[in-house]
Design a protein around this ligand. Structure first.
Ligand SMILES: Nc1nc2c(c(=O)[nH]1)N[C@H]1C(S)=C(S)[C@@H](COP(=O)(O)O)O[C@H]1N2
Ligand SMILES: [Mo]
Length: 381
């Protein structure tokens, strides 16, 4: 028996070339590139932020700008993927109405995999975008879930490309097989659509990428952060007030260093040790970055005073009472780098409270979350 659609609800028919396989291929490959860049940079970021134990000491501290570039690309490619995904979904949505909805087991599986692909892509771009504005309207923890769904998205995408390979191949070039040849006056043409999509991608990229790519900071109109807005020429993610540090009396602050030869230093004693100045960026995982000049004591010098071997692993503790970034560990690659400082000054001035007074960590090629502010203790591991 043949299943027929009820005569009263006729599925819509779409014949225009904006909904055909050639348009889907043309937009799909740009979306594929954006998702690939987003995936690779995202996985890189994840392992730099949360390395498994065996990897922690092998993480490289150079190039010093590495994390800034990968995280900047991650957020930029994710933002660019949003108009691309919307355009792609609009191009293919008529396929929702194919009749009969399920022709065979194979067809059912294919539709299921597309549903997973769309759901995972929408989920990743939505949670990622909301994370850039630090808004978490969901009950789960962002990082592990965003990371897990990235693999789901990758799997569904690889499967989709494999299933659609014949169509992708047939429609890859402009003179693709079986393209509908419609008269020019038959509505907007494909070129206009693709130009419009490219313009949308260009617009969202140019108005946001300045948050991490300083030469374009003047165009940064839509990003949640502007690299020039903040005390001492640097944005602040978590203020001293938000971290509960602003009211602490710090006149008797001392740095405690625990190791084979433990010791304590007051701020004056720290400032009397050899000072070094480095130019390094804060590269926040939420997508903004900005370079600054930091002055302070080399972490390797402090560790040597504590009798630690070169390249030792270190735990750093903040004055902050609670918060996900109160305790930080850094591998031997970072502690061994002369650019890694316990900084006391920023852009020539004593650190403001919001930037981590009395002392903060600044290290090359590291996520902003681990540039611990308001340091109170260091422990040789
Ligand atoms: N103790 C502590 N240090 C911290 C944080 C924090 O919440 N607590 N936030 C981190 C994050 S997410 C970033 S991006 C940088 C930002 O440094 P800035 O505020 O000086 O620009 O500080 C890091 N250091
Ligand atoms: Mo951050």
């Amino acid at each position: 028996m043949r299943i027929r659609p009820p005569t009263t609800v006729r599925p819509p028919r779409f014949q225009g070339r904006l909904h055909d396989a050639r348009t889907a291929t043309a937009i799909g490959r740009w979306l594929g590139v954006a998702i690939a860049v987003c995936f690779v940079t995202g996985v890189t970021s994840h392992y730099l932020q949360r390395p498994p134990d065996w990897l922690a000491d092998a993480l490289p501290s150079r190039p010093y700008w590495g994390y800034r570039v990968t995280q900047g690309l991650h957020v930029a490619s994710g933002i660019a993927a949003i108009p691309l995904l919307l355009a792609k979904l609009w191009t293919v949505y008529p396929r929702l109405f194919v009749w009969p909805p399920l022709r065979s087991v194979r067809h059912a599986l294919e539709r299921l995999s597309v549903a997973v692909l769309v759901a995972a892509a929408v989920f990743q771009l939505t949670t990622g975008l909301l994370n850039t504005v630090q808004w978490y309207p969901w009950p789960f923890s962002f990082v592990p879930v965003h990371f897990a769904v990235a693999w789901l998205l990758l799997g569904a995408l690889v499967l989709h490309i494999a299933v659609k390979y014949p169509q992708i191949k047939a429609h890859w070039s402009r003179r693709s097989a079986g393209t509908l040849e419609l008269p020019a006056e038959d509505g907007p043409d494909r070129r206009s659509l693709l130009t419009g999509v490219a313009a949308a991608v260009g617009a969202v990229t140019l108005t946001t990428v300045g948050q991490s790519f300083t030469p374009l900071s003047r165009l940064d109109l839509l990003a949640p952060r502007h690299p020039d807005h903040g005390p001492q020429g640097l944005p602040v993610n978590r203020t001293a007030a938000a971290a509960g540090v602003s009211g602490m009396p710090l006149t008797d602050w001392r740095l405690t260093v625990t190791g084979p030869r433990s010791y304590e230093l007051g701020l004056d004693e720290l400032a009397a040790l050899p000072q070094h100045t480095v130019t390094l960026p804060i590269a926040c995982v939420e997508g903004w970055s900005k370079s600054a000049r930091w002055t302070g004591v080399r972490v390797m010098d402090l560790l040597e005073l504590a009798g630690a071997r070169p390249g030792t692993r270190l735990r750093v503790v903040s004055l902050e009472r609670r918060g996900a970034y109160r305790v930080m560990e850094m591998g031997g690659g970072y502690t061994d780098d002369p650019l890694t400082l316990l900084a006391l000054r920023l852009n020539g001035q004593v650190l403001s409270r919001d930037h981590g007074f009395p002392a903060r960590i600044i290290a090359p090629n590291r996520p902003g979350v681990w540039q611990t502010k308001w340091v109170s203790g260091m422990e040789v591991l």
